[in-house]
Design a protein around this ligand. Sequence first.
Ligand code: CAA
Length: 257
Amino acid sequence: MAIDVERSGAIAVVTVNRPEALNAIDVEHAAELRDRLEELAADEAVRAVILTGAGEKAFVAGADIKYMHGLGVLEARRWGELGHRVGALLETMPKPTVAAVNGFALGGGCELALACDLRLASTSAKLGQPEVNLGIFPGWGGTQRLARATSLAYAKELVFTGRMVGAEEALARGLVNAVHEAPELMTKALELCDTLAAKGPLALAYAKEAMNLALQGDHAESLETEARLFAMLFATADQKEGMAAFVEKREPRFRGS
Ligand code: CAA
């Protein structure tokens, strides 16, 4: 199987499994990744999704250069759109997505990590957008999301130079949320997702929808969206339960309704 999906309770771990090519993604892997993420997005039993790469060397070393080598303009357009669809699923599915960056996250690999809500890196992770070295630029969302995660000038530096950065620099620049020793990375990612899975799923879904507007579009309109989603949560059992639990000094039991 090119894309593995494993369940651990309410958490789904999605692994790009092509270690012989450092988990580079060709069209078959990209389509399968899209299909698996669509299923997980629609599955209410799944409360959080972790994306990682097989083996100890790479998260995803990029879009498959051997596949892209022969593409014409129209095929490249479709290829870009397929990557955008995968990124959009990670960015907008109504549950948190976490990238466990366990090695090289380059080009399209860095872009998929950037599409996730949160990023944890191993100390050995190397991230970057080396596309300029191939005569192209990032085409799976990197020209937009890298600047949003860090700063426009830093994003331009990485895209223009193609320089790879280590985990500590990535952490200092806000490119990742935390760094862990490699053997602990998946345990830490699962612990984080356990914490997230215990929260009210509707509250998280609406928070994600509202916060995805934070760095784009019309500010007043985005605040209007926040007001609408905030109010809608007061129609849910989870809001009643969460506040009752506080008043009664006990842990809430969220049901996603
Ligand atoms: N595409 C296809 N194959 C890849 C690949 C990629 N992105 N990255 C690695 N591989 C393959 C190598 O070709 C090699 O396979 P073979 O043994 O069959 O030749 C295998 O993985 C192992 O790689 P290396 O021998 O190169 O391993 P290394 O440890 O010496 O180097 C590396 C590791 C620095 C990550 C190097 O593999 C590398 O530079 N890879 C390319 C990284 C890159 O440029 N990524 C961006 C792609 S463009 C993109 O993603 C566009 C976009 O925005 C959508």
